[in-house]
Design a binder for this molecule. Structure first.
Ligand code: HDE
Length: 704
């Protein structure tokens, strides 16, 4: 028999999926479904038909409106940084910076400014994975009382190119190749390395891109950088140059390449899930905002140009002053409305923050506003809640698609004298507090004839690449060599590989030899360098591995406890408690999600099913098994791989006696990272065992 709803039970009613606030005094829909015109919908299961089995009628406006809206749900994705995730939070200032900036958010110690931060990968489309080898975007929108300030940075302090005119070429080269439409979200292909090998200015960034920085463990364990040199300007009009840094309180942590590849398969949403879950359980990630502030004399004393975005200022030369903290404490309510529609723009600065003539920054000042028009479709995108300033916006801009405000009165131009007639004349300029541009006349070479040229002060492309590489820990250096071998091995054209080797010699001859060895190709002569390569002081602050932010902690990190029927309850319980006490997240992993029966006959709830939860999802593992339990797992590929990968990815492994045969089968050999499942495990579990690496992975060797 035909039913009106099509359902035999009521499963569909009452969902408030889409609610506009009704004007005050208006009737509400009482939880009923309505069309976008506010008409209550009587049946959301069936189209309007002429007869029970007859044709659908064109007059079914409920159907047509619903499908019409669905058809247009997607907007163009970002051309770069398409895949991202974001969170709300606040910035809290440690101490007043009134001496160097008049920016309102930097005046009063302890004051909080709301913000929205979006992290992203660069190359892949919105539907790609979270863990390719890629630079991460780190964009923060501060909703200050004097307007929005967007600090649109990356997790790497330098960039590939020096001039904005090269950006489309760079992005075209890294994206899917034009004829074949692949590879997605990967730099390991001919066009990228062709471009890079022809652009020596990219060499410093390439060292970073091939380092562990581009395979972060979590968005919460990444540093962030404003990249360009900006200016802070105080109330007296004095300018101070500044570089911005974000330092994660969680410490820095990255993955092994093999691990990142496996995470991509096991959980393509690994990073966004991690952020979502951390915020959900109240473990709010925090970063400290740091500045390197300096004057023109300091800039002149540097062996490079501070306007060149392929250069950084080592922290040892100019320490980072921590000025406040950012806490991300609220995940968006709606991914599209907030994360997708947020529109960052480096040109959004507030009085007290200003630009420099960095030619990359200057190009960005145009690009972002322009891209938002094609992405969000209207010049009124600033009215979308996530983009709207939290201070008054008053001007005479009017109309345009999707105008959300309803201005009153006749004044839509200025000057006007309407107030003299008793009408509202609208807002007026604010010479005292309005944004004024710093005149920037302090350096003579910043003015002159109109030219298309790269200044000689931008000519050194290798010295900082060398400094970066040589400052890294030995393990990280091997990873850089490994990454280069991996990427260049995916390049079909031998000439591109050879040209790249010629660049690498200028960075470090040993690195070039390791890569050449890994490719089994002869080392060519060095490529000509436009400026002499300097041996700069090394900067240990650039290390991730065994560096000062490589915290040995379980706080905020996950431990997988592998159990099976017959596991010892006391051991499992103690481990669980110890990990929790250390601020970590214990996850019980077992062959079946429905639970396991421990040796005392009691059921233990299981968090994750083994086959769907490889050990790449956690930071350390514990294996607690009875003899029988181990015998049942030893022939389960997922169990063997669980242990083998944890060992290969240099993670701490705790195992009881019963688990030893599984460890043996997985090829685990004893070292200080293989421990007993007692309290000591918690101490050992918060770090990776880098010394294990040469035994588990063939990395291109340093020359002896
Ligand atoms: Fe971007 N970049 N970019 N970029 N960028 C965009 O703007 C561009 C550059 C960065 O989460 C686009 O809204 C040019 C450097 C981040 O929404 C676009 C140049 C740095 C995000 C654009 C650069 C960045 C973007 C694409 C060379 C680090 C994501 C969508 C002159 C300091 C923001 C959009 C978000 C996004 C242009 C170089 C960071 C097309 C022309 C250098 C974090 O406007």
């Amino acid at each position: 028999m035909a039913t009106k709803s099509g359902f035999t039970t009521d499963v569909g009613n009452g969902g408030e999926t889409h609610q506009h606030a009704p004007p005050s005094g208006a009737a509400t829909s009482d939880g009923h479904l309505t069309t976008n015109q506010g008409i209550k919908v009587s049946d959301n299961q069936n189209q309007l038909k002429s007869g029970e089995r007859g044709p659908v009628l064109l007059e079914d406006f409920v159907l047509r409106e619903k499908i019409f809206h669905f058809d247009h749900e997607r907007i163009p994705e970002r051309i770069v940084h398409a895949r991202g995730t974001a969170a709300h939070g606040f910035f809290e200032l440690y101490e007043s910076l009134a001496d160097i900036t008049k920016a309102d958010l930097f005046q009063r110690a302890g004051e909080r400014t709301p913000l929205f931060t979006r992290f992203s990968t660069v190359a892949g489309g919105a539907g790609s994975v979270d863990t390719p080898r890629d630079v991460r975007g780190f964009a923060v929108k501060f909703y200050t009382q004097e307007g929005n300030w967007d600090l649109v940075g990356n997790n790497i302090p330098v960039f590939f190119i020096q001039d904005a005119i090269k950006f489309p070429d760079l992005v075209h080269s890294v994206k899917m190749e034009a004829d074949r439409g692949f590879p997605q979200a990967a730099s390991a292909h001919d066009t990228f390395w062709d471009f890079i090998s022809l652009m020596p200015e990219s060499t410093h960034m390439i060292m970073w891109a091939m380092s562990d920085r581009t395979i972060p463990r979590s968005l919460r364990t990444m540093e962030g950088f404003g990249v360009h040199t900006f200016r802070l300007v105080n109330a007296a009009g004095k300018s101070t140059f500044v570089k911005f840094h974000w330092k994660p309180k969680q410490g820095v942590a990255s993955t092994c390449w093999d691990e990142a590849v496996k995470i991509a398969g096991a959980d393509p949403d690994f990073h966004r899930r991690d952020l979502f879950e951390a915020i959900g359980r109240g473990d709010f990630p925090e970063w400290e905002l740091g500045i390197q502030a300096f004057d023109q004399a300091f800039a002149d004393s540097m062996p490079f140009d501070v306007l060149d975005p392929t250069k950084l200022i080592p922290e040892e030369v100019l320490p980072v002053r921590l000025i406040g903290r950012m806490v991300l404490d609220r995940y968006p309510d709606n991914f599209f409305a907030e994360t997708e529609q947020v529109a960052f723009c480096p040109a959004n600065v507030v009085p007290g923050v200003d630009f420099t003539n960095d030619p990359l920054l200057q190009g960005r000042l145009f690009s972002y506003l322009d891209t938002q028009k094609s992405r969000l479709g209207t010049a009124n995108f600033h009215q979308i809640p996530i983009n709207a300033p939290k201070c008054p916006v008053m001007n005479f801009q009017r109309d345009g698609q999707m105008q959300m405000t309803v201005p009153k009165g006749r004044a839509n131009y200025e000057p006007n004298s309407l107030s003299a007639q008793g009408e509202s004349g609208g807002p007026r300029e604010c010479p005292a507090h309005g944004f004024t541009t710093f005149p920037s006349a302090d350096a003579p070479t910043e003015q002159g004839d109109k030219l298309r040229l790269r200044p000689a002060s931008f000519a050194d492309h290798y010295s900082q690449a060398r400094m970066f590489y040589r400052s890294l820990d030995v393990a990280e250096q091997s990873h850089v060599a490994f990454a280069l071998v991996f990427e260049l091995s995916k390049v079909d054209a031998p000439a591109i590989r050879t040209r790249m080797l010629g660049n690498l010699i200028n960075v470090d001859e040993d690195l070039a030899a390791r890569v050449a060895g890994g490719l089994n190709m002869p080392l060519p002569a060095a490529n000509a360098a436009a400026a002499p390569v300097l041996d700069m002081e090394l900067s240990p602050a650039l290390k991730l591995v065994r560096g000062k932010r490589d915290l040995h902690t379980l706080k905020g990190r996950a431990v997988g406890i592998l159990v099976a029927d017959g596991s010892d309850p006391a051991t499992v319980q103690d481990l669980h408690a110890a990990v929790t006490e250390a601020g970590g997240r214990p996850l019980i992993v077992a062959p079946k999600i429905g639970g396991v029966t421990l040796s005392d006959g009691k059921m233990l709830a299981v968090d994750k099913q083994l086959a769907g939860f490889p050990s790449v999802m956690v930071d350390a593992i514990a294996v607690v098994l009875s003899d029988d339990g181990c015998a049942s797992l030893i022939n389960d590929g997922a169990a063997v791989q669980f242990v083998m990968d944890a060992f290969g990815h240099l993670k701490c492994i705790a195992a009881d006696d019963g688990a030893q045969p599984l460890l043996m089968k997985a090829g685990v050999t004893p070292d200080e990272g293989v421990v007993a499942p007692n309290k000591g495990f918690v101490k050992a579990a918060g770090k990776r065992y880098w010394d294990r690496e040469p035994g588990v992975r063939k990395l291109p060797r340093a020359q002896s």
